[in-house]
Design a protein around this ligand. Structure first.
Ligand code: MSP
Length: 532
């Protein structure tokens, strides 16, 4: 059953000292598919993304280029924003941490935490990962052999007079929360990692820095700036206006809280799974329902890195879109991406194989051969036959088309809702496979040679056309443009807030004009470059 309950989904906010690449495009596309699917199922969705603009790294990069940190942030934030438009992503807002609305609310949140005693002034000495701008515990430092797990550079001993968040005070509360919410971190393997690390015991975390100035000033202590991670995490709440309880935004958007999904990469899980819920508990705000930490895209079997020069950057992504189309890119991201606990390898050959197998040979071929036969045998007009009770195959016990697609629709929408996006794609595509199997089994092109069998041909092709239409309806959140193309050829339109009615069997009426269509064309295979 669809419901209109508000739903909130977020991407991480991306650092402006980097340029957009496949990693950012991937997470944002995942959220986009979910947002579209849920809106299509009648939910009132708020989809947020944005840029993380403070911190020592931005200050340093700006200095190297001889520009102000704000100028650097403006330039690169615009770049991230442009990507959203180029890719047709349907975010409802784009938050920047240098915006006054964010800065003001972060200060209000921090003031509340000082007042509640959750933030205090203290001294700290510990192992520090400079690249990640993060302290690690003594136990963890030992495990890591005193090297950063990300950059491989040595951890340094650092000492600071800082404001701290009393994370240690939330150990028991968090443990109880995790026990009561086994789906809080997904996939499950990642949750186990968090629980394992919790056993080391939680230490208080610094919430301010004094060694650089590009950040939000600590209220009442201007020599301190708020640590970039604390500043950044609050974006999820400031975008809804939750920090300023008097603000207009708070009243309009508060209904979206708490988030259904914070979608992130695995490297930033600790902040989202532990520090963030503890901060929210301290503020007495409801905690997110799920932090989904996907794994990484690697490239041709290797970790993507600047030094290897194998980053799938924006220009590379654009070259794929130019060759295969945006929806093919989205299909590959959704069906082949690292949504589970293992990394996924991006390779031109694999991309081409998936494109050809799923989109050209399955989806497009089915849409095209069905429309071509309707053109040939029925002058391009949908035969007027009720096919609801026709079985999908002659196999004993095979379901009827209406029962089969009804179940597939319910399952697809549930899988979208549960963030099982590759599974949702596969369930929707199973309708196309069933249409294909039915054509192969019944061979309407042979039956059509006998005029006495035209009623049977009509029944077969009417069911096939309706099957193609229903599949295109359900694949719309992943491939909006191509599905719209197929639906238009099949004389259908969509109500984008009602997937279930659209997907109901029998929507394609007899007499509807069906035009020939071929949504994905064969393209030349990439030339394989032998590695040196
Ligand atoms: N600014 C922080 C996040 C703050 S959220 C409150 C940050 N930014 S980032 O620009 O480094 O973006 C990290 C995110 O980009 C990852 O969590 C992930 O979503 C995405 N990816 C970056 N590289 C990736 C891959 N190689 N593969 C898949 N996604 C990855 O961290």
């Amino acid at each position: 059953m669809s419901c209109s309950a508000p739903a909130y989904i977020t991407t991480p906010i991306y650092y402006v000292n980097d340029r957009p690449h496949i990693g950012h495009a991937y997470t944002t596309t995942l959220c986009d598919v979910w947002a579209r699917a849920m809106r299509f199922d009648g939910r009132d969705v708020f989809f947020l993304t944005g840029t993380d603009e403070h911190g020592a790294k931005v200050e340093k990069s700006a200095k190297e280029r001889g520009i102000t940190p704000q100028a650097l942030a403006d330039e690169n934030s615009a770049e991230f924003r442009k990507v959203l438009t180029t890719f047709g992503l349907t975010n409802n807002d784009f938050i920047r941490t240098t915006e006054p609305r964010h800065e003001e609310q972060v200060k209000l949140f921090v003031q509340r935490l000082i007042a509640s005693g959750d933030i205090y002034l203290g001294e700290f000495e510990g192992w520090y990962d400079e690249g990640q701008e993060e302290y690690v515990t003594d136990t963890r430092a030992k495990e890591l052999e005193f090297k950063s797990p990300i950059s491989g550079k040595p951890l340094v001993r650092a000492k600071e007079h800082n404001y701290y968040f009393k994370l240690s005070g939330y150990q028991a509360k968090l443990e109880a929360f995790f026990a009561a919410n086994p789906g809080f971190v997904r996939p499950a393997g990642r949750f186990n990692e968090v629980l394992g690390r919790m056993r080391d015991g939680l230490q208080d975390v610094p919430v301010t820095r004094t060694n650089f100035s590009w950040g939000i000033g600590m209220p009442g202590a201007s020599e301190h700036v708020i640590y970039v991670w604390i500043d950044a995490l609050f974006n999820y709440a400031t975008a809804l206006g939750l920090g300023d309880t008097r603000g207009a935004l708070a009243t309009e958007r508060a209904k979206y809280w708490p988030p259904q999904y914070h979608v992130i990469g695995k490297e930033i899980l600790w902040f989202h799974a532990v520090i963030w819920p503890a901060l929210l508990m301290a503020l007495e705000l409801p905690t997110p329902k799920c932090v989904y930490a996907h794994s990484f895209w690697i490239s041709n079997g290797q970790k993507m890195s600047k030094s290897l020069g194998n980053f799938i950057d924006l220009a590379t992504i654009e070259s794929y879109i130019a060759k295969y189309g945006l929806d093919a890119w989205r299909w590959y991201m959704i069906t082949q991406g690292p949504l589970g606990a293992t990394d996924a390898d991006f390779s031109p050959k694999h991309f081409h194989e998936i494109y050809t197998a799923n989109l050209v040979n399955t989806f497009a071929n089915c849409a095209s051969r069905t429309s071509a036969m309707i053109e040939k045998y029925f002058g391009g007009v949908m035969p007027d036959v009720d096919t609801a009770e026709v079985a999908i195959s002659a196999t004993e016990g095979a379901p009827t088309w209406s029962a089969f697609t009804h179940a597939a629709c319910a399952k697809t929408l549930q899988q979208y809702a549960d963030f099982e996006l590759a599974e949702a794609a596969d369930t929707a595509l199973s309708i196309v496979r069933a249409v294909d199997a039915s054509i192969n089994e019944t061979q309407p092109f042979k039956l059509a040679k006998d005029p006495a069998k035209m009623a049977e041909v009509a029944r077969i092709l009417a069911a096939c056309a309706e099957g193609v239409r229903v599949a295109a309806v359900l694949l719309t959140p992943i491939m909006p443009a191509k599905c719209a193309e197929v639906l238009a050829a099949y004389g259908s339109s969509l109500d984008l807030q009602d997937a279930r009615t659209n997907a109901r069997w029998g929507g394609l009426k007899g007499g509807t004009r069906i035009a020939k269509c071929a949504p994905f064309m064969r393209v030349e295979a990439p030339t394989v470059v032998a590695s040196a």
